[in-house]
Design a protein around this ligand. Structure first.
Ligand code: C5P
Length: 220
């Protein structure tokens, strides 16, 4: 139990990719490593928060000192998030798959003499939007991420409006930046106050700065 500015606060963090099954042995995933979400959970715990860390199958281990809830799919992540509420703040750093396979096969799909399987998709729940738009019991601070490859600030500002969250941490994930899967990040914090561009720094420095901002917002 750590003392600190967040010591009476309960904070939810989602992190990592989701895996959406095709059949029992195959899945659809994305390149999220979970590094940024893990660093944020660690930084919040270091300020004394009680952190519920809901994570998909990430490349990096979860931090110490947090309550870890492991999930695979977006639907499981939504359930875990709902079970974690109420919280004072929620940070949605997970790279949730937009779509799942509409009806995953219960047995391994076999090759069929050159006939190709056709996958039908269904849209996953938007966990950030759902929590942001809760009619009652909404966390007082909801933070989303926006991974963009162009027009970062414009797209992220529109996303903040659409989802209804308080802050968006936007970043440029174009392959040339090396951010996806890398150790550094360059983010813009979009809030009511406008767009605040942070210099390029390590993901752990981004996490520390965000945790400090969250502490200020929750204790103001
Ligand atoms: O819509 P987009 O995926 O670009 O939004 C990114 C933000 O929304 C991230 O904070 C992500 O964690 C959250 N998100 C979510 N559930 C989804 C899709 C995105 O919570 N199904």
């Amino acid at each position: 139990f750590t003392k600190g500015p967040l010591s009476s606060k309960r904070i939810l963090v989602t992190s990592g990719p989701t895996h959406e099954p095709i059949d029992p042995v195959r899945y659809i995933a994305n390149r999220s490593s979970g590094a940024q979400g893990t660093a944020i959970a660690r930084a919040l715990a270091a300020l004394g928060a009680e952190v519920v860390f809901v994570t998909g199958p990430a490349d990096v281990p979860p931090p110490d000192g947090v309550q870890v809830v492991r999930v695979e799919t977006a639907q499981q992540m939504l359930q875990a998030v709902e079970a974690a509420l109420p919280v004072d703040a929620a940070v949605f750093a997970a790279a949730v798959a937009d779509w799942r396979v509409a009806s995953a096969s219960g047995s391994k799909i076999k090759k069929q003499n050159g006939a190709l399987p056709v996958l039908e998709f269904a849209e996953n729940p938007d966990i950030l939007a759902q929590v942001s738009q809760m009619a009652s019991g909404r966390p007082s601070l909801v933070v989303g991420f926006a991974a963009e490859t162009d027009d970062v600030i414009a797209h992220a500002t529109a996303k903040r409006q659409r989802k209804g969250c308080d802050w968006i941490l936007a970043n440029d994930v174009s392959p040339a930046t090396g951010i996806m899967g890398g150790t550094e990040n360059a983010v813009v914090l979009i809030s009511d106050a406008g767009a605040d561009e942070w210099p390029r720094m390590s993901k752990s420095e981004v996490a520390t700065r965000l945790a400090d901002r969250i502490a200020t917002a929750l204790t103001a």
